[in-house]
Write a protein that binds this ligand. Structure first.
Ligand code: FES
Ligand code: FES
Length: 163
C-alpha cells in the first residue's frame, strides 16, 4: 500500500507499506527520522510520541495507513532549522537528558503542554508527562526544564502554533 502524509511540513510518499506497519516504523525506517524512539512498541513508555494533526500520540500504536493525508510533527520538527525550540534548550540547560531515549517523547509532550498551558503548575506538568517514562533522570531535571521554559514565557514559541 502507498501512504501519503505530511511530515514536519514536507509531503512524504511511502510505498510498499505492509499491513500492520506502524507510523513509528515509517518515520524511523523510511522517512529518515530516527528521533522518535522505539522502546516498548506497546504504548507504555511514550518515547515514540509525535504530533498527529496537532495532537500527541504514540506513533507505535498508529498504523501507517491511519496517517494517510494527515500531518505529523516529530521531535525533529520542533526546532526551527538550527534553532532549537525553547523547550529543547531548557532540557539541555537543565541536564534533563541522560541516555536520551525518553527525551524525544518528553519534548513533544512538554511542547504540547506549554502551548496549551503557558504557565503550568507542577501538577499540570506531572499530569502531562505521566505517560512518558524515564529510567535515568529521576524526573526532577525534566520538571525543572519545563518550569524553566514556562518561566521564560516561551511555551512552544508563542503557544498557538498548532498544526
Ligand atoms: S515505543 Fe511507543 S509507547 Fe513505547
Ligand atoms: S534519559 Fe534515559 S530514559 Fe530518560
Amino acid at each position: 500500500m502507498r501512504v501519503n502524509l505530511i511530515v514536519n511540513g514536507r509531503p512524504e510518499t511511502v510505498d510498499n507499506v505492509w499491513e500492520g506497519e506502524s507510523l513509528l516504523y515509517v518515520l524511523r525506517e523510511r522517512a529518515g527520522l530516527p528521533g522518535s524512539k522505539n522502546a516498548c512498541e506497546q504504548g507504555e513508555c511514550g518515547s515514540c510520541t509525535v504530533y498527529l494533526d496537532g495532537v500527541p500520540v504514540c506513533a507505535c500504536l498508529v498504523a501507517a495507513g491511519q496517517a494517510e493525508g494527515r500531518e505529523v510533527r516529530t521531535v525533529e520538527g520542533l526546532a526551527d532549522g538550527d534553532r532549537l525550540d525553547p523547550i529543547q534548550e531548557a532540557f539541555v540547560e537543565c541536564g534533563a537528558v541522560q541516555c536520551g531515549f525518553c527525551t524525544p517523547g518528553l519534548l513533544v509532550q512538554a511542547h504540547d503542554l506549554l502551548r496549551r498551558v503557558p504557565a503550568p503548575t507542577d501538577a499540570d506538568i506531572r499530569e502531562a508527562l505521566a505517560g512518558n517514562l524515564c529510567r535515568c533522570t529521576g524526573y526532577e531535571k525534566i520538571l525543572s526544564a519545563v518550569r524553566l521554559a514556562a518561566a521564560r514565557g516561551e511555551g512552544g514559541r508563542g503557544g498557538d502554533d498548532r498544526e
